[in-house]
Design a protein around this ligand. Sequence first.
Ligand code: ASP
Length: 318
Amino acid sequence: MTEQLRPDGSLRHLLTLDGLPREKLEQLLERAQQFVTPLGARPPASRTLAGFTVANLFTEPSTRTRVSFELAAKRLGAQVVNLEVQLSSRVKGESMLDTVYTLESLHVDAFVIRDAEAGVAGLVAAHVAPHVSVLSAGEAHLSHPTQGLLDALTVRQRKGRFAGLAIAIVGDIRHSRVARSAWHAFRTLGVGDLRIVAPPALMPDAAEFAGCARHTQLAPGLRRADVVMMLRIQKERFGSADLPDGEQYFAAWGLTPERLALANPEAIVMHPQPMNRGVEIASAVADGPQSAIRDQVRNGVAVRMAVLEEVLTSTRIA
Ligand code: ASP
């Protein structure tokens, strides 16, 4: 796999949180926190990345991730180009790498890549020039590293610690890159009681999610949790498997205020969005006092600013 850190320990690429040292995650969270401002206050802006160009290459739909990568780059003074797959030369048969080489010649310094296929961002990272960085914005069902960081930042803000917390990740774990990156982040940051909670058909294979307790029923999975992270059913990744019916799923697995009462009274509720209200979560919970869902969105920009700043300004090969 492509090395993500430079020899001096600075981050060059961000493809997965798996294997990144705890100090690196803590340093990125610390920096991201400095970019968080209350709503209504003017967001931070600087010229730190003036002269740099960031290209967003998204071949799967995205709202929050694409917009927040763009805002993050612009708020640090970088230029941004957005390539939708329909408009790119990829559909004309030119390979992703040729597209990347073209953009490199146009002085793109960082590629932000989302693809439904595994390995695309890694392949690009293995071929770009030494001064160029690649950041994953979501890879198949495997990883979504900036989402993992923004989830960790949200927990850190609301709980002030990771040790001693009980975190329940609930829903379609099997197809979720959000769950995998959250697991990588929370395990590295020292969360001891990490639970995955899902019906058997949506549980990942036994070899995955080492160290997590597995619950195939909602109530025991929620009991005394400090953080409840709900997931969307990833319809687009089901292949031939049976999609659960929305109403039946809500009846057995939807997070309602009554079910949330099983968790710690101070528990927070998270969701990466897009949310299916009335399927995995009730509106009364999504919009209720324990919801940290809007904080997650705000933290997404801050985390992406921290990551872009680190890859583009820490020691670069001339
Ligand atoms: N937006 C997240 C992702 O890209 C979660 C989801 O789509 O359910 O994985």
